[in-house]
Structure formats: structure tokens, C-alpha cells
Design a binder for this molecule. Structure first.
Ligand code: GAR
Length: 201
């Protein structure tokens, strides 16, 4: 059984989707949900699901990324994860941290990478006049949002969309895509999973 740690910063809806998927004959289990924000709503959701949690407040380190990461590593390494999933984790990680988990750290990003790495993806897609948007699960490498793509799901951009309505439509697909990619990844399958647009979009 593979051990999966999940890093979050906020509501943790992707974390919940991942954790819910890791039951029954799934070859992995969630062993830790950790956050850089002690107030992240996802921590309570994880605890309610019986998953161990940890919070390491990045603000206590005054911009010293290496010191924050050293503190985050303590509970993370103690959980002995085989795989680390970033799920709405909003801190940029140093190369040193990423290298520790090389080849076994995943991230979900709310755009069709390589378009729109970084923040404000939905506003940027709307401003560009794109006809579609989506989400990407990729392997984490030191370059931001640029690691090998493990899966993508697409949604149409509709007339009248705002960043909020588009984000909500993409989030539904994030909850389909991330568990599907993780299941394949745990089984050693790194071929990109390209999900067709779902009926509900
Ligand atoms: C998700 O849309 C995720 O793709 C995005 O944050 C949201 C977290 O929601 N991640 C990033 O923007 C990473 N740069 P959640 O906490 O409900 O899963």
C-alpha cells in the first residue's frame, strides 16, 4: 500500500476528492494532510475523515523559505509518504525541497498548461479570449508549473463567464482528474490522461 501526503492551503476540495478515492482496492491511502495555513478549512475536513493533519504557518518564518520548508519537512518525513500531492498548496517550493520528492510529487493547476502557469489563470484565459479552459495534473519539478504533464481535463468557456463561474466549472473537472491521475500514477503509469469533456459541462 502506497502512502500519500497531501499539502493544502485552503478549502481542500481537491484533497477531499483524493482522500475519498483512496479506499477499497485503491493501492494507496492518505497518511497526512499538511497546510501552511493553520486556518485552512481543509484541515478540519481531513480530520473529520480520520486523516492525520499538521499545520506549519509560513508567516512565522518571515519570508525565510528554507526555514519554513525545514519545519514543514518534520511532519512530512515522519509520515513516510511514497507520494506527495499538492492540492491547492499556494507556496512556491525551493528546488531543494522539490528534489527530495523528485518523481513522486504531483500538483494540480487550474489551467491547460503550458498556458497560464502561476496565478489568476481564469482571468487570464478570459482576457485572452480562449474558447476553452481546464486543469492539469503534472509532476512537480523546480520550475514553476512546468513539470511533465500527467493529465488534463478541458471545459468550454461560455458567454458571460467570469473568473468565478469558470473556476467553478474547472473545479468540477479537477475533482475528476486528480483522483484518476493519482490512481494511474500509483500503479506506475505516467502516460498523460486526457479526459474528455464531461456530460455535466
Ligand atoms: C484549485 O483550483 C487548484 O487547482 C488551485 O487552487 C484551488 C484549490 O482549491 N491551485 C493553484 O492555483 C496552484 N497554483 P481546493 O483547496 O478546494 O482544492
Amino acid at each position: 500500500m502506497k502512502r500519500v501526503a497531501i499539502l493544502i492551503s485552503g478549502s481542500g476540495s481537491n484533497m477531499v476528492a483524493l482522500a475519498r478515492s483512496m479506499t477499497g482496492d485503491h493501492p494507496a491511502r492518505p497518511v497526512l494532510v499538511a497546510s501552511n495555513d493553520p486556518a485552512a478549512a481543509g484541515l478540519g475536513k481531513a480530520a473529520a475523515m480520520g486523516i492525520a493533519t499538521a499545520a506549519v504557518d509560513h508567516r512565522a518564518f518571515g519570508g525565510d523559505r528554507a526555514a519554513f520548508e525545514a519545519a514543514l519537512l518534520a511532519p512530512l518525513l515522519a509520515a513516510r509518504p511514497d507520494i506527495v500531492c499538492l492540492a491547492g498548496f499556494m507556496r512556491i517550493l525551493t528546488a531543494g525541497f522539490v528534489q527530495r520528492f523528485a518523481g513522486r510529487m504531483l500538483n494540480i493547476h487550474p489551467s491547460l498548461l503550458p498556458r497560464y502557469p502561476g496565478l489568476d489563470t481564469h482571468r487570464r484565459a478570459l482576457e485572452a479570449g480562449d474558447a476553452e479552459a481546464g486543469c492539469t495534473v503534472h509532476e512537480v519539478t523546480p520550475a514553476l508549473d512546468a513539470g511533465p504533464i500527467l493529465g488534463q481535463a478541458r471545459v468550454p468557456i461560455l458567454p458571460g463567464d467570469t473568473p468565478q463561474t469558470l473556476a467553478a466549472r474547472v473545479l468540477v473537472q479537477e475533482h475528476r482528474l486528480y483522483p484518476a491521475v493519482l490512481r494511474r500514477f500509483v500503479a506506475g503509469d505516467r502516460r498523460p490522461l486526457l479526459l474528455p469533456a464531461a456530460a455535466e459541462t
